[in-house]
Design a protein around this ligand. Structure first.
Ligand code: ZN
Length: 409
């Protein structure tokens, strides 16, 4: 229906400005005014050819399918050379080409590079110009809340919350809440986030602005704050609690991404065995399917990566600093090498059942000064906090969000 309204609006403009052309115009544009996600108004008179990229397709095949000849194709490649590498186009995406309806001249090409930006190649009098532009979404603010019966994931499904928003929420609290073992029935959450729209249609969730999680009676809060720009031009931003302490810590709570262990689990049941000194099992076992990605819980250097003959199977060890290291056992695949530097959250291997193992799981250990300690009780200080000068600014900025989160308590 929206497309029709758009069409009528355009038709009316057409009537006023190009009365003579209206009939031809309406007959031609009704089948495909514009592809979803692409700007509509300006290109009404252009003919659009949308090519879905299939696996194995290169840019030249895509261009060929769009009816673009070799010379123009080479010119497009040349024009984009310094802004985007068109050999990186991915299957499952599409490229939109626009041609003048009368002259059949190439006018424009748009490729969605990622959720944040698009590549534009445009024909002007001076020739072809290429530019990667940030996608300008319309932002709407949404507040959602829920109660957990079995898992955060299930609760999101039950309440029709976009799963991608819930994954973001889990990321906000990835250092403070253990979404596997630490979740209790009756835990509640509420969060305020941005929704991204294009041409009036919902595309995806944007960033979370403020979030509250009641975990077993303990209230955790997180607020987004941008402190500034660093020397490399990157944003200094993150999530902070009410005292301005970063929610980020030296270690993630889970080496297995929330979305893999959460789906379908009921509290605790997917864990084979927890940390138990009396049985000698000084580790946490995360049951997950073979192939599930394993993440480094903290920055560090790989000190071991390979077969262990004492039952650990494929084992990776990471030294985080002079005090802490972590071990990941029974993997089906190891993606890192000894000596390699890894970042927190980086995928280092895949869950398996190698060595002495009764089923697919990750056996995860944290070692402190040579002794295996319980990762679940490990509480590390915050990564950083908001600079003193910015604290007042931060508190003033979150005031409204904070009130909204606590409204109705
Ligand atoms: Zn184990």
């Amino acid at each position: 229906m929206k497309k029709r309204y758009l069409f009528f609006t355009l038709a009316i403009f057409g009537l006023v400005f190009f009365a003579g052309r209206l009939l031809i115009f309406s007959a031609e544009t009704s089948e495909n005014v514009n592809a979803p996600g692409h700007e509509a108004q300006a290109e009404v008179t252009d003919r659009e050819v949308l090519i879905e990229i299939e696996s194995g397709m290169t840019f030249s095949t895509v261009a060929e399918n769009a009816g673009i000849g070799g010379t123009l194709m080479m010119n497009i490649l040349e024009a984009t050379e310094d802004v985007y590498d068109l050999t990186k186009i991915r299957a499952g995406k599409s490229i939109a080409f626009y041609f003048d309806r009368e002259t059949e001249q190439f006018k424009k090409m748009i490729y969605e590079v990622n959720s944040e930006s698009e590549l534009y190649v445009e024909q002007s009098d001076e020739g072809l110009t290429a530019e990667v532009k940030e996608i300008d979404y319309e932002i709407r603010i949404k507040t959602v809340e829920g109660t957990i019966d079995s898992s955060l994931y299930q609760s999101a499904l039950d309440q029709n919350i976009d799963i991608r928003a819930i994954i973001e929420l889990a990321d906000v609290f990835a250092w403070t809440i253990d979404f596997g073992m630490g979740i209790r029935e009756g835990d509640t959450y509420k969060f305020i986030y941005e929704e991204r729209y294009r041409d009036g249609e919902y595309v995806m969730p944007g960033k979370i602005i403020a979030a509250l999680f009641n975990n077993d009676g303990e209230i955790k809060e997180g607020y987004y704050f941008k402190e500034g720009i660093d020397e490399y031009g990157d944003e200094i931003d993150g999530y902070y609690d009410l005292s301005g302490q970063s929610l980020q810590k030296m270690f993630l709570k889970n080496p297995v991404d929330f979305k893999y262990i959460s789906s379908g689990f009921t509290t605790g049941q997917r864990y084979v065995e927890a940390f138990n000194v009396s049985t000698g099992h000084r580790a946490i076992d995360y049951a997950a399917a073979i192939g599930t990605p394993i993440r480094a819980v903290g920055d560090g250097v790989v000190t071991g990566a390979g077969w262990n003959s004492h039952g650990y199977g494929n084992l990776t060890s990471i030294r985080h600093n002079g005090v802490y290291s972590s071990n990941y056992a029974h993997q089906s695949k190891i993606y890192v090498k000894v000596g390699q530097h890894v970042k927190q959250g980086e995928i280092i291997g895949a869950v398996g059942s190698t060595g002495f193992s009764t089923g697919p799981h990750l056996h995860f250990e944290i070692v402190k000064n040579g002794t295996k300690i319980n990762p679940l009780t490990l509480d590390l200080p915050a990564d950083k906090s908001i600079a003193e000068d910015n604290l007042e600014n931060f508190l003033a900025g979150i005031d409204n969000w904070r009130k909204q989160l606590h409204a109705g308590e």
